[in-house]
Design a protein around this ligand. Sequence first.
Ligand code: MG
Ligand code: ZN
Length: 223
Amino acid sequence: MANPVIYCDFDGTITESDNIIAIMKKFAPPEWEAIKDQILSQQISIRQGVGRLFSLLPIDRREEITKYAIENAKIRAGFKEFVEFTREAGIPLYIVSGGIDFFVHPILSEYHPFTGIYCNESDFSDKKIRILWPNECDSLCNNDCGCCKPSIIRKLNHQNSFKIVIGDSVTDLEAAKHADFVLARDLLQEKCQEWGINHHGFKTFFDCIEEIKKRIEVGELTC
Ligand code: MG
Ligand code: ZN
């Protein structure tokens, strides 16, 4: 028996699709596609790639980009209920996101408070958008993640807790390897199968509530 703690991804998990891709499609000049391909083929790191993508966007479009990102984001079904469930059960819920503060915080604001929110930050003081990286890789990760999820989990140091990671993509894989249990969709689900990681698939956050409740009922988790 252990107390659960949850680390939940944002883009493609809490929101139905990736907000950075949506912003680039709408506002970036065509060369963004080549940078995206370099990230996906791992020719450049996520930190380098995301930094380059945002450096294509002039800061005078700040309001327009922010407004678009917030209005365009569709929240996955059951998220509100999931947040309420964790709060009532007293389960710590951390959001760990490779997204950027200017859209992550406003989109999450109506679901506050969370135990913690970790994401990248932005600087609009120059001509182009500059991304800041307050959660860079520690000495145990050489992946140049940008927002390093395993480093955050190590720093939070919930050693005796039952760690649950919720996510959708390869950017969650390193965190998933540190988890006791993973709720996965899309590419992360395939990767969990490939790596033999203890996981269950999900489509909505109602599925996540069910899976966690089951483990509480059988006494695997205590809250
Ligand atoms: Mg994601
Ligand atoms: Zn890292």
